[in-house]
Design a protein around this ligand. Structure first.
Ligand SMILES: Cc1cc2nc3c(=O)[nH]c(=O)nc-3n(C[C@H](O)[C@H](O)[C@H](O)COP(=O)(O)O)c2cc1C
Length: 199
């Protein structure tokens, strides 16, 4: 089959696009509101986009709380979503009224960060402390503004639970990082295979 996404003429019961660009890593992003309430939500339009300096991005469909807080306070934290935390991750996508925290809804503990103000998820085995760089509203190919806003942040602190280190390497099989597939599906990594790059 072939279809043109702008015309949405795939003829399928659900949009297949996110099942094709999959699995996507999940940035489980904690921020602080300007009133100091801890916010937490999963973002699968998320990735590492630069190694040195270390920069991550996430994209908000509409300017959601996470994107607004990151811009207003200058900081956010990307907690690692894992298979063991899948239900909690999912629960934190619940829209809550201002003043209520997804940490409490999901029964998660707040752990302090070293450099930035928002708390990290104590149960998450890794977390990236980020300083906000920019928020960019995406335009389409005609230059028209879209509802998608991409937030960039520089990683200024990295937490790794030592139990997930093995011979000096982060053990992905043990972490079982969670990712988003299409539809309502999650996937996780259970096995990896090293393959040296060709010279
Ligand atoms: C696994 C998963 C991934 C998600 N990824 C995104 C995303 O990339 N962008 C987005 O705008 N919403 C995404 N959502 C929806 C948000 O998590 C949801 O709208 C949430 O309430 C936003 O919270 P906030 O307003 O506190 O930022 C995702 C939801 C789930 C369950």
């Amino acid at each position: 089959m072939f279809y043109e996404p702008g015309l949405n003429n795939h003829g399928l019961p659900h949009n297949p696009l996110k099942a094709i660009v999959a699995p996507r890593p999940i940035g489980w992003i904690s921020t602080l509101s300007e009133q100091g309430v801890a916010n937490l939500a999963p973002y699968s339009f998320f990735n590492l986009v630069s190694e040195n300096p270390a920069i991550v991005m996430f994209s908000s469909s509409g300017l959601k709380d996470t994107a607004r807080h990151a811009r207003a306070t200058g900081a956010f934290v990307c907690n690692l979503a894992t298979r063991a935390l899948m239900e909690a991750v999912n629960l934190t996508s619940t829209p809550l009224p201002p003043g209520e925290s997804e940490f409490d809804l999901a029964g998660l503990a707040r752990a302090p960060c070293h450099v930035v103000s928002p708390p990290r998820v104590a149960e998450a085995p890794c977390a990236l402390e980020c300083v906000w760089i920019d928020t960019v509203q995406m335009v389409d190919r005609f230059g028209r503004a879209t509802g998608s806003h991409v937030t960039y942040g520089e990683i200024v602190g990295i937490h790794i639970d030592d139990r997930f280190l093995d011979a000096g390497r982060v053990c992905i099989e043990r972490l079982q990082p969670l990712s988003r597939a299409g539809y309502l599906d999650y996937a996780w990594v259970e096995a990896v295979t090293p393959l040296p790059r060709p010279r």
